[in-house]
Design a protein around this ligand. Structure first.
Ligand SMILES: [Fe+2]
Ligand SMILES: [Fe+2]
Length: 289
């Protein structure tokens, strides 16, 4: 592959584009350092929890920790595809996207090693449908881009990664988890980290909706693939939320299934409506300054 031109010298960066606006935000909001969080009080309070509370907190943390690892490992084929298409502004944003995911892995690992300390084997918390999504569907959809960079393959990857894993599961999980931590006020560093992490995730999802809107708007055959992938994976994501709650007769910390599932559905519907609009509306109009 040869290069015919350089964006920065031929026309300059498109600073008004959504990806560069997100990059601008990442340069200030995304630079928080998990190592700056002081987990001392979290560790003290962890020791006062009863066994059930410890189990639930470990369960949720496990799903976030493995999920962050999965999205860190699986993003590169998408970045490579965007780079090969010469989309400089999008790739610039994606550099912060990947870095932020790595920091999220770092953050949860610090919680486990500095707050929990004697970390048991956590793999039993990775329930069957969770495993199906994170060990099969996600890596398969992203790694498909290594051999097929078509708009349909990109859309399937982005729906799986941004709409389902980040949009339905992660964002919903962090929303409910943060609300729970705010109520119990026992884990200030964990709470602070999740607040910061949620901000990063909302930029990731916005980029995903932008990417999907561009793919849908510019390619007639992409919408059907988007719907097909959503129809396959949305029920799976909701079943994962069920899988968690099924393991407990009574959930501690006031956690409720509805807190997770109703927020998930509301957020999902708003994004789905935006994607539908993308069939007739350009990304620039959909994401005005
Ligand atoms: Fe993340
Ligand atoms: Fe993310």
């Amino acid at each position: 592959m040869t290069r015919t031109t350089f964006t920065t010298t031929a026309q300059g960066l498109d600073r008004k584009s959504l990806p560069l606006r997100l990059f601008e935000k990442s340069k200030t909001l995304g630079v928080w350092n998990p190592s700056d969080l002081d987990f001392t009080l979290d560790h003290t309070n962890w020791q006062t929890l009863d066994p059930l509370e410890k189990r639930v907190l470990l369960h949720l943390t496990t799903l976030f920790q493995s999920g962050e690892e999965a999205v860190t490992l699986d993003l590169l084929p998408l970045i490579m595809t965007i780079a090969q298409e010469g989309r400089l502004e999008e790739e610039m944003y994606l550099t912060s996207f990947l870095w932020e995911e790595a920091k999220h892995v770092d953050f949860f690992q610090r919680f486990l090693t500095e707050v929990v300390v004697d970390v048991p084997d956590l793999t039993a918390f990775e329930t069957p449908i969770y495993q199906m999504l994170f060990k099969d569907k996600l890596p398969t959809a992203l790694n498909a881009l290594l051999t097929d960079t078509s708009p349909i393959a990109q859309a399937r990857a982005s729906v799986t990664y941004n709409m389902i894993v980040e949009g339905v599961l992660a964002e919903t999980g962090y929303h409910a988890y943060y609300a729970m931590l705010e109520r119990c006020q026992a884990f200030p560093a964990l709470q602070k980290g999740i607040y910061l992490l949620k901000q990063d995730e909302s930029r990731h999802i916005t980029y995903g909706i932008y990417l999907l809107s561009r793919l849908i708007h510019n390619n007639d055959n992409v919408w059907d693939a988007v719907e097909e992938t959503l129809n396959e994976l949305l029920p799976m994501a909701l079943m994962i939320i069920d899988e968690i709650f099924q393991q407990y007769d009574v959930m501690p910390f006031g956690l409720k299934l509805e807190d997770f599932s109703s927020y998930a559905i509301t957020q999902y519907q708003a994004r789905y409506a935006k994607l539908m609009q993308a069939r007739t509306t350009s990304p620039a109009e959909l994401f005005p300054q």
